[in-house]
Each structure stands twice: as structure tokens, then as C-alpha cells.
Design a protein around this ligand. Structure first.
Ligand code: ADP
Ligand code: MG
Length: 197
């Protein structure tokens, strides 16, 4: 497993580099705050890198989740927060691939419960689920990152049934979901960091 501080740097870097893109996506079918929300959250995590990286992996993930809940805001703050909190709760201290997949599967269930949402509703879950499947099938880090990008692209023709975009009904069709895109960015950052180690 890559050093936790490298994972924090990689995820915060990609969110910062794509904040304007995430904002533009959210402007099209939401309220345009997703880039700033995510950047605020991941910079707050970055600021605590030293303390978080000193913890065992499950505790570090829980600390990240709690920080995201407090700092991201919007609908996505509690959802990304829940993702990391649940990952921390389910993750072994030194996870192998199977342990990682099991933890992600349980974390996805926690996000779905928190969001009262499910796959197919044009949300972050539409990226998380294929990532879980690729992980469980033993795909490489690169393949998992590619699956995440493809899954984010696949939200374009979907009609939003959860979140702000759902208020637009049919008019949400033809745009990528912002949370799906940010999830794919996070997955690629983690995959590349783990792979490069
Ligand atoms: P807000 O919608 O409050 O402005 P953000 O713009 O930060 O919050 O986040 C929007 C993203 O959150 C959406 O693109 C979607 O992926 C995700 N999202 C919103 N509601 C839900 C939900 N109920 N379940 C899962 N994901 C959701
Ligand atoms: Mg928004």
C-alpha cells in the first residue's frame, strides 16, 4: 500500500487541478459549487496530512471521512464523508485486494443508504459500483482507473433521479454528473499512486 501521505497529495492535487471542470459540470445541471466544495474538503485533508498519515489505515480513512463531512458541504460532503468513514470502518489494517474490494462494497452500500440512492440514478454511485466490480474481478490499477472514466462518461445520457440535477428531469440528460467525474478523478489518483509503488 502506498504511503497514506502520497494518497492524500495525489487526491488533493487532482481535485485542485480539475476544480474548474467540476464546477462547470455542476453549473450545467446543478448549482456550480461542486469544484469548490471538493477543493475545500481535500485541501482541509491535505492540511492534516502529517497527523492522518501517522494513524493506522482504518483510522486514517475515518479521519479523512470526518474531515470531508465537516468541510465539503453540499449534498456531496456527507456522501463522500460516508464513503471514507465506511471504508475506514470496513478496512483491515493491511488490506489485500479482496479486503479492499469487500470494504469498498460495504462503503458503497453505506453511501447508497445515506443518499437514499442506487446505481443508475446519475450520481457518484454510477462510478463507484463499476470500480468495485473491476476491483473484485482482479483488474489492474490502470484498468480500474479506465473503468472509472468510462463509467463517468456513461452518466452523460442518464436522467438524474437524485440530487439537484434531478430537479431538471429530462434536461439533465446530455451532461456528465459532477460527482461521478470527481469520483473517477479520485479513483485514478489512488490507482496511479498505488501502482507507482
Ligand atoms: P449539491 O448538490 O448540494 O450542490 P455538490 O454539488 O457538491 O452538492 O455535489 C453534487 C453531487 O453529489 C452530484 O453530482 C452527485 O454525484 C452527488 N449526489 C447528490 N445527491 C446524491 C444522492 N442522493 N446519492 C448519491 N450521490 C448524490
Ligand atoms: Mg452543487
Amino acid at each position: 500500500m502506498a504511503d497514506f501521505s502520497r494518497l492524500i497529495a495525489a487526491t488533493a492535487d487532482t481535485i485542485a487541478a480539475h476544480a474548474e471542470e467540476l464546477t462547470a459540470l455542476d453549473q450545467a445541471i446543478g448549482d456550480g459549487d461542486h469544484g469548490l466544495n471538493m477543493k475545500r474538503g481535500f485541501e482541509a485533508v491535505r492540511a492534516e496530512t502529517e497527523g492522518f498519515a501517522a494513524k493506522p489505515l482504518p483510522e486514517a480513512l475515518k479521519a479523512v471521512g470526518a474531515k470531508l463531512v465537516m468541510t465539503v458541504g453540499g449534498a456531496s460532503g456527507p456522501l463522500f464523508g460516508t464513503l471514507f468513514l465506511a471504508l475506514g470502518k470496513e478496512m483491515p489494517v493491511e488490506p489485500d485486494r479482496a479486503g479492499l474490494a469487500t470494504a469498498l462494497g460495504k462503503a458503497i452500500e453505506a453511501v447508497a443508504a445515506r443518499g437514499k440512492s442506487q446505481v443508475g440514478q446519475k450520481t457518484m454511485l454510477d462510478v463507484l459500483q463499476p470500480v468495485y466490480e473491476a476491483l473484485a474481478q482482479g483488474k489492474t490499477a490502470e484498468e480500474i482507473a479506465d473503468a472509472a472514466d468510462k463509467a463517468a462518461d456513461a452518466t452523460v445520457p442518464m436522467k438524474a433521479l437524485r440530487g439537484r440535477a434531478s430537479f431538471l428531469g429530462e434536461r439533465s440528460v446530455g451532461h456528465m454528473d459532477a460527482g461521478a467525474r470527481s469520483t473517477a478523478l479520485l479513483v485514478r489518483a489512488v490507482a496511479e499512486t498505488v501502482e507507482g509503488h
